[in-house]
Write a protein that binds this ligand. Structure first.
Ligand code: PLP
Length: 445
């Protein structure tokens, strides 16, 4: 029977290109005016606009302290220093994430141990965390991956039981709720990337947040020397005031702060529209074989915020073993963006196995560990992380609720899934390379 799949010569599901529904970031006249004002005043390196942005961000999130940074990477670095990570310490981080969830720990003299992810949430699997706890473990780095809130109740219990601090990497999940509470308020500190591809896009920038005065002051000491005089109250920190302890200069460029203030003002409304659009897309695909949404259950009180880099979960066993590559190829032929894979498992990268970054004569991963301790994790250590590439695919990231357009895209996925049998003969299942170490958003919008 002829299925009419576009890949096999049939008509496409998506009639025309819909650029407006995907355009990102959204730059309005209001954003432009805010930037020009700072530019014309020559205040790019001041901190007055940044401080207003921080106050508004802290109020929106519901935390005591927000400290703006020039990248999300820097914000997370400060959070690690803020909670006291130092030489020989270990942090536990999921293997499937962007490198900036953990790699900064090297420069603090610490190291990272990876935990596996849960195959449904794609976030760190609480059941796998304690396997990796050692006397040297200091913190758990939680990533609310691809907008999905991680299982914080279980994670906080483990942290308490083992005396660990918890840092949340919220770079994918601005405004997401975990059982009704904002992610970024649940651990001891949090970091948010605000770079232009993320769901709260401000430019290159990041925000560190905490309710803990000591964490905040340590972060200020680390890379914000210009604030030492009026922020530092703790005696041990005041002694070293005037110079940044980390040797880093981490303040936010005020053109980013200006963009951020406008973006944040409109974000709750935009986020609500994205949430409505994405849920509509997935509701249309409910019950289609082989594919599942990656979103919290309805009525759980949990949400995905701005749905950064949305993915679906793939079940090839329901589609005669059809490879995810072939599935995505057919969806793309229908006119919808769809790519297999996600971030590659970090524990297998050479930087976490063999590379000696700081000339210590040993791989940096173990250079500061006690003699005889080797935390490296060979292939096979984290089975879910190592096989997830075949089980996830990207879906369109709708920024607006336009039901008739969204229906066309949903039809592309439905049509391919329902006609999978026609694709089996041409499916070489040849593995191939997909997923990436970073920035998959640039090529997959
Ligand atoms: C983007 C990202 C970061 C780093 O943010 P930058 O602003 O790019 O430095 C950290 N963690 C995750 C999970 C990210 O996706």
């Amino acid at each position: 029977m002829e299925s009419g799949l576009a890949l096999l010569g049939g008509p496409k599901s998506v009639g025309s290109e819909h650029r407006e529904i995907f355009a990102w970031p959204i730059i309005t006249g209001e954003v432009e005016d805010a930037v020009l004002e700072v530019l014309r005043a020559g205040k790019m390196s001041d901190i007055d606009v940044t401080q207003k942005f921080e106050e508004e961000f802290a109020r929106w999130l519901g935390v005591e302290y927000a400290l703006a940074h020039n990248t999300g990477t820097a914000a997370l670095h400060s959070a690690m220093f803020g909670v006291g990570i130092g030489k020989g310490d270990e942090i536990i981080c999921p293997s499937i994430t962007y490198w900036a969830s953990c790699l900064q720990v090297y420069s603090l003299g610490g190291t990272v141990v990876f935990a596996d992810i849960d195959p449904e949430t794609l976030c760190i699997d609480p059941k796998d965390i304690e396997r990796w706890v050692t006397p040297r473990t200091k913190a758990i780095m939680v990533v609310h991956y691809l907008g999905m809130p991680a299982d914080m109740d279980a994670i906080m219990k483990i942290a308490e039981r083992n005396g660990l601090t918890v840092i949340e990497d919220c770079s994918h999940a601005h405004g997401a709720l975990y059982k009704g509470r904002m992610v970024g308020t649940l651990g001891d500190a949090a970091g948010f990337s605000l770079m232009s591809g993320k769901s709260l896009p401000c430019g290159e920038g990041g925000m560190m947040t905490t309710n803990d005065r000591r964490v905040y002051e340590r972060a200020v000491a680390f890379g914000h020397y210009e604030r030492h005089g009026f922020v530092l109250t703790l005696e041990d920190l005041k002694r070293g005031a005037g110079l940044p302890w980390g040797g880093y200069k981490y303040r936010m460029h005020q053109l980013t702060s200006a963009v951020g203030r406008v973006q944040l003002k409109h974000y709750p409304m935009l986020m609500a529209e994205i949430d409505k659009a994405m849920n509509y897309f997935w509701d249309l695909l409910e019950g289609v074989p082989g594919i599942r949404s990656h979103r919290p259950p309805k009525d759980s009180g949990s949400t995905k915020g701005g749905w950064y880099a949305p993915h679906g979960i793939y079940h090839p066993e329901e589609l005669g073993g059809l490879s995810v590559q072939r599935f995505c190829e057919a969806v793309r032929a229908e006119g919808a963006p769809c790519y297999p894979g996600c971030n590659l498992p970090l524990h297998l990268h050479p930087l976490f196995n063999e590379i000696d970054v700081y000339n210590q004569g040993r791989p940096t991963r173990i250079a500061n560990s006690p003699p005889g301790v080797d935390v490296r994790q060979p292939p096979g250590s984290l089975p879910v992380s190592e096989s997830v590439q075949e089980r996830v695919f990207t879906v369109p990231w709708f920024k607006h609720y336009r039901p008739e357009i969204i229906e066309e895209y949903a039809q592309a996925f439905r049509k391919v899934a329902e006609n999978y049998m026609d694709l089996l003969p041409g499916d070489s299942k040849s593995g191939g390379h997909f997923g990436g170490w970073s920035t998959f958003w640039t090529t997959r919008r």
